[in-house]
Design a protein around this ligand. Structure first.
Ligand SMILES: [Zn+2]
Length: 137
């Protein structure tokens, strides 16, 4: 029994909602901030259609729209935020790319790309040049 039980996957113990909550806390400890103009005058604009835990916003400073991931390396990735969070977590435990790949059932090359991106920093160099949505009115 214990052998089967040890097959449990960490990602099944986490909800997407918890991951997004955690990201918002880490990213915006002082409250939500526009990735384009740094304004704190941000209003919520519902949730993403495909990712119900991803909050959307509109900046009252520059009118642009963004979401929890805009301006981060997670934006536009086809890996769920949960997987990224676990890669970060495992990096913190000093797991090798090979070990992380095994834990998450991912290809080692994929993990290599992810950890390389993470080491270069969580934020895109410039949100405004990284395909952020212009405010649509
Ligand atoms: Zn703004």
């Amino acid at each position: 029994m214990i052998a089967e039980f040890m097959q449990l996957k960490l990602q099944n113990l986490m909800s997407d909602e918890q991951c997004y909550d955690q990201l918002r806390e880490l990213r915006w400890p002082e409250g939500r901030q526009c990735p384009f103009c740094d304004s704190h005058r941000v209003i919520r604009r519902g949730f993403d259609d495909q990712h119900p835990s991803k909050q959307r916003y509109q900046c009252k400073g520059c009118s642009r729209r963004f979401d929890d991931l805009t301006g981060t390396i997670f934006a536009g990735s086809h890996h769920p935020l949960k997987i990224w969070m676990l890669v970060v977590y495992f990096m913190g435990l000093n797991l090798s790319n090979t070990q992380i790949a095994q834990e998450l059932d991912l290809d080692k090359d994929v993990v290599h790309d992810m950890t390389a991106k993470l080491r270069a920093g969580l934020l895109e160099k410039k949100a405004s040049e990284a395909g952020g949505h212009r405010g649509v009115r």
